[in-house]
Design a protein around this ligand. Structure first.
Ligand code: PHE
Length: 467
């Protein structure tokens, strides 16, 4: 069997895992979900979910990985539960599907860096046209996937850890700089108010569903990305506190992203309900209003930030199938990486074409119960959104549900606790340990099971449970 890599340092592991977590989810979707969910009310629910439900799953994934020193499929086998390796296969499928369309959005972001550096603020108004230009976006996508593969091909410490150690501090500096700038804009405080003063009447079933899904996706849970990263961590490390730092970093960056988005948007009197278009359509207008030179700098930095965040996430998405092929099939890392990246790029082509280029992919499927709110006519879901519904909204919560049930009831809590105590004796018998036990046994399976059921009934069968 090929030698497995390992993280060189605790900081390296934390940065790499935080890099996986911090991504398009934090900077692209988090702010628009806050915008749709009534500002601070969404934020409040989101924070609770991150710490009370997601954190226990996060440390459990890391513990399974570190215990077995295996990829997500091999991990369950090596614990002696062959059948449960289905979780690993589901995770592989999720990783491949998510990366296939995530790379397309990353390509948009990278394309925006190129456009804004040239002062093309009009790109926001032309977003719809830009994303149908499949040759250009495809080329950016190729570059992005290539950069991802290059990093992963260099292995754990020489590739993933090294990239995280450069990209994460840079990302942090950029976001802090942008934050300071945004807060000094006239009218910034209205944005801050919208962001921070909760209107609890806005908390509906839909907001809760969306907040939990968002928290789970944002922490890269449910597909074994953290089992994989955990498998490269040494036994003397404290994974309980590392997990807390990863959660804090992820939540912190999302929080700051909102903190800089709303002042920017409010200061230019733009709406907060731009949905997925908030970043790509609304923001360039805000950069233009700032003025030619500063606007170019701020705009370019913003999309660079988004691209860096995406890159450390695509790296972790690619590492999951890579570690499987390397561990279980003895293929060399380089060969595995480049062939898997090529296959995933190809799987992503329909997503690339489903943003308006090809009609039948753009209006790919009519999901039951999905009608245009105004006209009552059937609404169609694009191929890309459809893959997102399958992977993000269905596979991840199902995977998370199974991981929690497995750890608590099959592998058993004593073993989980034993692994958590490796490198952290103080955890034994502590309140935190008792909470993790309780959450993994009851709260996590219940809540994650509930989102999976809601998704399946709501999206696939058209049975509305939440509104
Ligand atoms: N957490 C990443 C984000 O917020 C996405 C991701 C999900 C990465 C699952 C890896 C695994 O963008």
């Amino acid at each position: 069997m090929a030698a497995r890599g390992a993280f060189n340092s605790r900081l390296g592991f934390i940065l790499a895992a935080a890099g996986s977590a911090v991504g398009l989810g934090n900077i692209w979707s988090f702010p628009f979900k806050v915008g749709e969910g009534g500002g601070a009310a969404f934020l409040f629910v989101y924070l609770i979910f991150c710490f009370l439900i997601c954190y226990p799953v996060l440390v459990t994934e890391i513990a399974i990985g570190r215990k077995t020193q295996r990829n997500p499929v091999g991990a369950f086998k090596s614990l002696g539960f062959r059948r449960w390796s289905i979780i690993g296969y589901l995770g592989l499928a999720s990783g491949v599907l998510i990366l296939s369309f995530y790379n397309v959005v990353a390509a948009w972001s990278f394309g925006y860096v190129v456009e804004l550096i040239q002062g093309n603020f009009g790109i926001g108004k032309n977003f719809g046209t830009f994303i149908t230009d499949w040759v250009t976006v495809g080329l950016y996508g190729c570059i992005f996937m290539g950069a991802t593969a290059l990093i992963v091909s260099r292995g754990i410490s020489g590739g993933i850890e090294r990239a995280a150690k450069i990209l994460m501090p840079t990302l942090f500096l950029i976001i802090l700089g942008l934050l300071i700038y945004a807060l000094t804009l006239p009218g910034a405080m209205d944005g801050v108010k919208f962001y921070l003063v909760p209107d609890f009447s806005k908390i509906t079933g839909d907001v809760i569903y969306s907040a939990l899904g968002q928290a789970f996706f944002s922490l890269s849970l449910g597909m074994g990305a953290l089992i994989t990263y955990g498998s490269y961590v040494s036994k003397d490390q404290n994974i309980v506190s590392a997990g807390a730092m990863i959660t804090l970093a992820d939540v912190g960056i999302a929080f700051i992203a909102g903190f800089l988005m709303f002042p920017l948007v409010f200061s230019q009197n733009l709406g907060t309900d731009g949905g997925p278009g908030l970043i790509f359509e609304t923001l360039p207008g805000a950069f233009e209003a700032i003025g030619p030179v500063v606007g170019v700098v701020i705009g370019t930095l913003f999309f660079l930030l988004l691209s860096f965040a995406a890159l450390t996430s695509t790296v972790s998405l690619l590492e999951v199938p890579t570690s499987y092929v390397v561990d279980e099939h003895g293929v060399s890392r380089k060969k595995a990486v480049w062939s898997i990246a090529t296959v995933i790029f190809i799987i992503g082509i329909p997503s690339l074409l489903s943003a308006g280029t090809v009609e039948w992919l753009t209006n790919f499927i009519h999901l039951p119960g999905n009608f245009n709110a105004e006209t009552g006519e059937p609404a169609f879901t694009s191929f890309m959104d459809f893959v997102g519904i399958i992977a993000n909204d269905t596979f991840l919560p199902v995977g998370g549900f199974l991981i929690a049930v497995f750890a608590a009831w099959v592998w058993r809590k004593e073993n989980l606790n034993e692994e958590l105590a490796q490198g952290d004796e103080a955890i034994r018998g502590s309140l935190l340990q008792k909470y993790i036990d309780f959450a993994i046994s009851y709260i996590c399976p219940l809540m994650l099971g509930a989102i999976a059921v809601v998704t399946i009934l709501d999206r696939f069968l058209g049975i509305k449970l939440i509104g």
